[in-house]
Design a protein around this ligand. Structure first.
Ligand code: F6P
Length: 322
């Protein structure tokens, strides 16, 4: 393989730049030409592809976002879109593609490989950590740190007013962020999309905490835990209890800012291994990490199999919430 390309796709995640840097510098070390696709699959369909050098990725590691920009591209879900994209790669002599994104992006990569013979390797990049086959994804650690910092600040003001606070964190389909920051932030309750909740039960347990002398309460809510998110839950709780509830929706602030050490290290490691894998003939796989070290997982498994949240943390929190 003489020429490969890299793109970022779907929601951006802090650490994506560190992964791009690792891909570019490893490719150059291996004497392989490297190109960057602008705005993910949208740019691939439109032929928006630029040459990259070791200098193109100077001083990007500490920056959030992605220097290659990102997009969610519906046209790539259609065969015609993928055919156009493959043609742009062929015209430039690009034989391999590294896709940094979530499992929706990996589905696109899988189809591109199957239909057009392009070699593809995926790198898991999403703050949601909801990708099967890797213990962690790029951006998860940074997003948790941002959310936890916000929860700590909210605790101060919640305590001063004896208030009940709902804090909505990201996670449309998964509660990995909610569960971890809930436990780390001392939340009384954690609501995740993977489990139904009962408002009456929640109100009872908060009332019991108040009787034990608790003055403030924080409930961490994953955005997908209820239709309408934390705002809808606020209404239910107020109606059921009469508590003074305040809701903070952290939103996209969790996706920005400088990546943590952990995310930079993870991204550097995965970027390096993705290039090595592509050059040694691997394709249609994601590079991830688990207790064995660096692992390669068939792309198909990343969306066909479900990554469980760590339920033991949920149970531990019930006890520690006191
Ligand atoms: O995929 C990561 C994520 O941040 C989710 O947590 C969130 O639900 C979604 O992206 C938001 O997407 P968008 O930025 O397109 O609104």
């Amino acid at each position: 393989m003489k020429h490969i390309a890299v793109l970022t796709s779907g929601g951006d995640a802090p650490g994506m730049n560190a992964a791009i840097r690792a891909v570019v510098r490893t490719a150059i070390h291996e004497k392989v030409e490297i190109s960057g696709v602008i705005r993910g699959y949208k740019g691939l369909i439109g032929g928006d592809i630029v040459d990259l050098s070791a200098r193109s990725v100077d001083n990007i590691m500490q920056r959030g976002g992605t220097m290659l920009y990102s997009a969610r591209c519906l046209a790539f879900m259609e065969p015609e879109g993928r055919a156009q994209a493959a043609e742009h790669l062929r015209q430039r002599g690009i034989e391999g593609l590294i896709v940094i994104g979530g499992n929706g992006s990996f589905q696109g990569a899988h189809l591109l490989s199957k239909e057009h013979g392009v070699k593809v390797v995926g790198i898991p990049g999403t703050i949601d950590n909801d990708i099967y086959g890797t213990d962690v994804t790029i951006g998860f650690n940074t997003a948790m740190n941002i959310a936890l910092d916000a929860i700590d600040r909210l605790r101060d003001t919640a305590d001063s007013h004896d208030r009940l606070f709902l804090v909505e964190v990201m996670g449309r389909h998964s509660g990995h962020i909610a569960l971890n920051v809930g436990l780390a932030g001392g939340a009384e309750e954690i609501l995740v999309p993977e489990r139904d909740y009962d408002v009456e039960e929640m109100v009872k347990s908060i009332a019991a905490g108040r009787l034990r002398g608790r003055s403030s309460s924080i409930i961490v809510v994953a955005e997908g835990a209820a239709k309408g998110g934390a705002m809808a839950i606020e209404e239910h709780i107020e109606a059921a209890s009469g508590y003074e509830v305040r809701t903070s929706i952290l939103g996209h602030v969790q996706r920005g800012g400088s990546p943590s050490t952990r995310d930079r290290v993870l991204a550097s490691r995965l970027g390096y291994h993705a290039v090595k894998a592509l050059l040694s003939g691997e394709s249609d796989v994601m590079v991830g990490v688990d207790k064995r070290g660096t692992v390669f997982v068939p792309l198909r498994e990343t969306w066909e199999k479900q990554k469980e949240i760590e339920w033991s943390l949920y149970d531990i929190n019930k006890i520690l919430a006191g």
